[in-house]
Ligand binder design. Structure first.
Ligand SMILES: [Zn+2]
Ligand SMILES: [Zn+2]
Length: 178
């Protein structure tokens, strides 16, 4: 199982925002990230469960963004208890034996286990400061900072340039108001 791609799925889920209750939107997200089997099995109950998970994951990113590492760990540990891993050894498609952590169960369970394990692996392997929320208000989108110097502050290029324009305008206004 690719934990990085699951951590990225956690980001995508958070960034669905209010759209997380829209079954078609969730299905499209799953299809676009190559999870066609999960997309085909998705039920209304799965969507509702994923929406709840979405809110909890958003809080994880907000705590990380605020530098509250203890809170991030506490929240993730709580999620790990509620979404336990049931590992299975698998060897499909001519691959060597490898572990699947999210086998069986409902679609929402599988995605929850993956997302939570993905974030837990980022936090323990790379650091809590790799999780952030966009600094270009009012955007509150989540992101994973995979830059080598941990310099990321925005969810997207679009938000980065919007923030740059705002900062430029603020600098130009400053002398007049002084
Ligand atoms: Zn596999
Ligand atoms: Zn943003």
């Amino acid at each position: 199982m690719d934990l990085t791609s699951y951590a990225e799925l956690a980001v995508l889920l958070v960034n669905l925002g209010d759209e997380c209750g829209n079954g078609a939107t969730v299905r499209k997200l799953l299809e676009e990230t190559g999870r066609t089997e999960a997309a085909a099995r998705l039920t209304r109950r799965d969507v509702d469960a994923l929406c709840e998970l979405r809110d909890e994951l958003a809080e994880v990113f907000q705590s990380a963004s605020g530098g509250d590492e203890d809170d991030v760990v506490e929240r993730l540990n709580g999620l790990l208890v509620r979404h336990p891993v049931h590992p299975q050894i698998s060897g499909h498609d001519g691959q060597a034996w490898h572990l699947h952590l999210t086998e069986g169960g409902r679609v929402a369970d599988t995605l929850a286990v993956g997302s939570v394990m993905g974030l837990a692996s980022v936090v323990t392997g790379l650091g809590v400061d790799r999780l952030g929320t966009c600094q270009a208000a009012p955007c509150r989108n989540a992101y994973l900072d995979t830059s080598s110097n941990r310099s990321r502050r925005y969810c997207s290029e679009r938000c980065a340039s919007r923030a740059n324009v705002a900062a430029y305008r603020a600098r130009r206004r400053a002398p007049e108001s002084a």
